[in-house]
Design a protein. Structure first.
Lengths: 253, 327
């Protein structure tokens, strides 16, 4: 088990955004997290990555308790993530976005960096190579010198994934990676996510687009902060509660 | 200066260092031609505020809107002045001590204030700046309170020429040190916080540590120049380090151009020299500053630094060579 969430609860005022939520992610799985708007999917990501502190419950990652740890510590432990509204280092180029995200486990200190030692120069060359490799994976290598803010939406989403990969994550949390993409971009992104898994990264993906189901080994459905269904994509598709959550209760006489 | 391929922007690898070296040589031989103490004084003041503005920019690009930078300058100035006056130590020891004390206070304050961002952070720094003035008043036995402190140990004799070289030296060394700081991995990391602290922390950048580092470095250099300034003017008054002065420092950076290293240098040079040149207009400086800020905002989004490029592209446009704008 790579990620284990135990009775996780988060209240905003009197409202439970997530309540008594249990979830397990096994190594090298691709798990889909679906549910209507406001179901608590993004909140769950924010709780896992330490952007929000849970009211109660536990999050265990790779055998360690990471409940309430700060975001940069969670990243250091091996969880990479993207964001739904996809903020970027807007004034940096595509390449700089990824390179600046290689801050973890640098093989040279700030002192090395300041005095431009051989260690630092070697490390920078490594970072450059690895960044280019990531950009190839997410299909942005041809526009590496473009400013991030000038990219079309779909490319920005891909850049978000590239940046998260720079953390060298064991677990990647993707928040609506297909949002606002056209169908070519969707196909490309899905392939990239598959390739990411082949590189040994476990993936949890929040998505509205049902196409994502093709990618998932397992799907978890949330509504109003509760888990309402879990299973293979096929099982979930046929689940009555899920259909009700999405389309409302059918009034069949 | 930049080394790794990642951070090299291309074309001006040779021209820029040559230009800057030429400028420094020009400034170095200036006292041979300019003998007037008045002009030398304007130059020394310009050097002082250039270091203050460039060190402030380090803090600003890390996403922290500090409106207390003049207060930090005051901490350096008063620490060094009081130590020299009360303990009789030589300024050569008191100036570095002033810089170190300023750094220490800067780090402490940055750590406490790192809990908040944006407007709240700015407000807190304003109150800090006001608080420092109050502290100077409380310790009036040593600081002279609102009346100011007088009779500070001078660094050199009556002539302004040694001061000129001393301040030119500190300025060049400080700028080189800060330039390197910005154009290696440290600076790149610093700037991520301004763009998105959420993304930065998601890729493992320690926000608190990085912010404290920026303020620490910024306050070291402003403390240093403040301390040196005390042993040049020999008289200090708390009003020189108030919130208004801090706002002026921010203006120097914004008008010159926040986005580039040369921005605050050019901004300070223009905004310190112009009021000196047109003394009759000094009372209007708030209007002039506001007007400049508007003009910059509408016409020169990159600040005064972008002016040559702007003119060049306009001229090309007029010649019908348009459409060559960089993306």
């Amino acid at each position: 088990m790579l990620l284990e969430i135990n009775k996780l609860t988060k209240y905003f005022g009197g409202l439970a955004a997530i309540s008594n939520f249990d979830m397990v992610v096994n190594e090298l799985e691709i798990v889909g997290l679906i549910g209507p708007n406001g179901a608590g999917k993004t909140t769950l990501f924010n709780l896992i990555t330490g952007v929000l502190k849970p009211t109660s419950g536990k999050v265990k990652f790779d055998g360690k308790d990471i409940t309430g740890k700060k975001p940069h510590v969670v990243a250091e432990l091996g969880i990479g993530r993207t964001f739904q509204l996809n903020p970027l280092f807007a004034d940096y180029t595509v390449l700089e976005n990824v390179a600046a995200s290689f801050n973890l486990r640098p093989k040279s200190s700030y002192v090395d960096a300041y005095f431009n030692t051989a260690t630092y120069r070697k490390n920078e060359a490594d970072i450059l190579n690895q960044s280019l490799e990531i950009l190839q994976l997410v299909g942005l290598d041809k526009i590496q010198d473009e400013l991030a803010k000038n990219l079309p939406h779909g490319y920005q989403k891909m850049l978000g994934i590239g940046r998260a990969l720079a953390v060298k994550p064991k677990l990647l949390l993707l928040d609506e990676p297909l949002g606002g993409m056209n169908s070519d971009e969707i196909d490309f992104t899905m392939t990239a996510i598959r390739k990411t898994r082949q590189r040994g990264v476990t993936v949890v993906v929040v998505e509205h687009n049902m196409k994502i189901m093709d990618l998932c080994d397992r799907v978890i459905v949330i509504n109003f902060g509760h888990k309402i269904a879990e299973g293979s994509p096929k099982e979930v598709r046929g689940n009555k509660e899920v259909i009700q959550a999405y389309f409302g209760v059918a009034h069949v006489a | 200066m930049s080394d790794s391929q990642l951070y090299v922007k291309g074309d001006n690898k040779i021209t820029k260092p040559a230009l800057y070296t030429g400028l420094v040589i020009l400034l170095a031989i200036l006292p041979l031609f300019v003998k007037s103490p008045y002009y030398l004084n304007v130059c020394i003041l310009t050097f002082t505020y250039i270091v203050a503005a460039v060190s402030l920019r380090v803090i600003l690009i890390s996403g922290q809107t500090s409106l207390a930078h003049a207060a930090f300058m005051g901490i350096g100035a008063y620490t060094s002045a009081v130590l020299a006056k009360e303990l009789g130590w030589t300024p050569w020891i008191c100036i570095p001590l002033g810089a170190l004390v300023t750094t220490g206070i800067g780090i402490l304050v940055a750590f406490i204030f790192s809990r908040v961002r944006a407007l709240l952070f700015g407000m807190l720094t304003i109150f800090f700046g006001m608080g420092i003035i109050y502290v100077i008043q409380v310790f009036s036995k040593w600081t002279g309170g609102y009346a100011g402190i007088m009779g500070i140990t001078p660094l050199f004799g009556i002539s302004k020429v040694p001061y000129y070289y001393f301040f030119l030296g500190i300025t060049v060394v400080s700028l080189l040190a800060l330039y390197r700081f910005e154009f290696c991995r440290i600076g790149k990391t610093l700037k991520t916080l301004d763009q998105s602290y959420l993304v930065a922390s998601s890729v493992g950048i320690d926000e608190v540590k990085t912010r404290v580092l920026a303020v620490g470095v910024g306050s070291f250099f402003v403390g240093l120049i403040g301390a040196a300034y005390a042993h040049y003017t020999l008289v200090l008054s708390p009003t020189s380090f108030g919130v208004l002065q801090s706002i002026y420092l921010v203006m120097y950076v914004l008008i010159g151009g926040l986005g580039s290293f040369a921005g605050p240098i050019i901004g300070t040079a223009v905004l310190v020299i112009i009021p000196e040149a047109f003394r009759g207009l000094k009372g209007y400086s708030p209007f002039i500053f506001a007007g400049l800020l508007l003009i910059i905002n509408f016409l020169m989004p990159q600040g005064l630094v972008g002016l040559p490029q702007l003119i060049r592209s306009r001229l090309e446009h007029r010649k019908g060579k348009g459409g060559t704008h960089a993306p």
